[in-house]
Design a protein around this ligand. Structure first.
Ligand code: ZN
Length: 113
């Protein structure tokens, strides 16, 4: 359950934006969540709506876009998107790989006034 701490830092950075830009209300936020981050989108939404009130974030719509990681196979050097930690290389079936991204959480868009 690291959704809770993630939501807390998400709210903190959004509230920071609200203050520095003197916004009244945040309408929507889009997050890019890496598939390998072990975050449950539903748990994230739940934590966020519970934490977002009462503030400029109240009623804000949270959209979560899942983003696969990129892996490079150590056996055959092919690159492939990685949705799941246990997925083998589609070309040769090996599990050893180097990972580029896939476990990050980014604020992609924010709509506010
Ligand atoms: Zn391979």
């Amino acid at each position: 359950m690291h959704e809770l701490s993630l939501c807390r830092s998400l709210c903190t950075s959004l509230e920071h934006e609200v203050q520095t830009r003197q916004l009244k209300q945040v309408l929507s936020v889009q997050l890019a969540v890496g598939s390998l981050s072990c975050l449950e989108p539903q748990a994230l939404e739940f934590c966020f709506s519970a934490m977002a009130k009462p503030s400029a974030l109240e009623g804000c719509k949270l959209t979560i876009r899942r983003q696969p990681g990129n892996a490079t196979c150590r056996q055959c050097a092919s690159c492939y998107p990685l949705e799941n930690w246990l997925d083998p290389c589609p070309a040769c079936g090996a599990l050893e790989r180097d990972l580029q991204g896939g476990d990050e959480v980014l604020i992609e868009q924010m709509e506010a006034y």
